[in-house]
Design a protein around this ligand. Structure first.
Ligand code: F0G
Length: 420
């Protein structure tokens, strides 16, 4: 199986361009990377992956941020606003209360537009430029649209975003708007938006930059590479487990690919690969259902609902890449309630880390798995927090303290404080 951890490095096909090609994960068909626009396999419609004739080891990485890992990426440079190199925060109180040997928070909200999507866009928009396309498009629960709008503008391209009406947090729409995207509000959920934008892309109306686009996931691999290097530098060992929120399962697929490539390059042994744990909201948990049932395919959920609007997704398009990632690494998937998500958002906020609701799902999931004894107390764990608090100011205000009206004089303020 091509997505097995122990898969051999494939022979370089004729289609390769400078040692880079696209390969179908289902039938193995290979394609030239930058000649034609293509998102899935011409033969069987399977998902595509970028493959490399030469895979780097840790010694090949130099510099800072996403482009530190250029040797693991399809291009030498991107359309960049210095994405990546995000903090790997210590959270001593949370670590104690969860009860693990070490807990670190990889805060992707610290990227230029406030989410991990920037890592994918710096690569994806550069590939779009290489292909010579004019207009870029995505369906989005918000963050992808913010990043696409920003990176598309920086690359000098038009952008079009399709959003589920009434279900996108305010900060994200503001970003897409100011960066100049045309915003189409669709009377349907994210999955409907993605169906439409895929058809627009197939019809040649725009270049698709959802995580179905294999180049975007290449940029997102760098989250995994940074976590590995961060743990190695601080603890002398790689983490036992990485816990992350799941929507379309792009990150789950990307992190797994990063680890698989390091194993193929001989830079990581199979037993050093961190277990990947996906966390979904209870109201949108098709991946969890598939993992729990041992299913090879994910059943599409038509009705999804959660306060964590970023992961309000019923049809995780990268499931064929992510299910092997979770299984081959010995990981699992778990769902959490909206209340557990909000509680975890407060836990992180108490450590000074401000995240949007979807991000807090990782911490909520870890807490639950630890309580169930699936995570051991001697584990070193990284939780991924995917987006910044200011993305969803309404959720933050609802989860936090209410402002207290006071008169405009010190005496009145003192009285108010004493009356508590
Ligand atoms: N966390 C946040 C904050 C997100 O915005 C997303 C996805 C995810 C987690 C899930 O990541 O898809 O790789 O499993 N947001 C997309 C968007 C769908 O349109 O912004 P995944």
């Amino acid at each position: 199986m091509s997505l097995s951890l122990s898969a051999e490095q494939p022979a370089t096909p004729d289609a390769a361009d400078d040692g880079v090609w696209l390969e179908c994960i289902e039938c193995g068909e290979t394609f030239a990377p930058f000649e034609d626009v293509r998102y899935t396999c011409d033969e069987c419609d399977g998902l595509l992956e970028v493959r490399y004739a030469d895979l780097p080891t840790f010694d090949d990485f130099e510099g800072e941020g996403v482009w530190r890992y250029a040797d693991a990426l399809p291009l030498e440079e991107g359309v960049t606003t210095q994405e990546g190199a995000t903090p790997l925060y210590e959270v001593p109180r949370l670590e104690d209360s969860v009860g693990v040997e070490a807990l670190r928070i990889k805060h992707e909200g610290m990227n230029p537009t406030g989410s991990f999507k920037d890592r994918g866009m710096t690569v994806g928009v550069a590939v779009a430029r290489e292909l010579g396309v004019g207009r870029l498009a995505c369906a989005s629960t918000g963050n992808t649209s913010a990043a696409l709008a920003a990176y598309g503008s920086r690359g000098g391209m038009e952008t079009l975003v399709l959003l589920p009406a009434g279900k996108v947090a305010a900060g994200k729409i503001a970003q897409a708007s100011l960066h100049g995207a045309r915003i189409l509000e669709v009377d349907g959920n994210f999955d409907a938006c993605l169906d439409i934008v895929q058809e627009l892309a197939e019809a040649g109306e725009a270049y698709l930059l959802n995580s179905l686009n294999p180049f975007r996931l290449e940029g997102q691999k760098t989250i995994g590479l940074e976590i590995l290097e961060g743990f190695r530098d601080d603890y002398g060992e790689f983490p036992d487990r990485i816990v992350l929120p799941v929507g379309n399962a792009g990150n789950t697929s990307a992190l797994y690919k990063a680890f698989r490539e390091l194993v193929q390059a001989g830079a990581l042994s199979e037993d050093e690969v961190p277990k990947l744990v996906g966390v979904q909201a209870e109201g949108a948990a098709p991946m969890v259902e598939a993992i729990e049932n041992g299913a090879d395919e994910v059943r599409r959920w038509d009705d999804v609902e959660t306060r964590a609007t970023a992961i309000r997704i019923g049809n995780p398009v990268n499931a064929p890449k992510a299910l092997p990632g979770i299984r081959e690494t010995g990981g699992t998937a778990i769902s959490v309630s909206d209340e557990e998500i909000t509680e975890a958002q407060r836990d992180l906020a108490r450590e000074g880390i401000g995240v949007e609701p979807a991000s807090a799902a990782s911490v909520a999931g870890l807490r639950k798995l630890r309580a169930e004894g699936i995570v051991d107390d001697d584990e070193r764990v990284a939780c991924l927090t995917t987006g910044h608090l200011l993305k969803d100011p309404d959720a933050a205000a609802a989860a936090g303290n209410d402002p207290e009206p006071v008169p405009a004089d010190t005496e009145g303020v003192l009285e108010h404080l004493q009356n508590e």
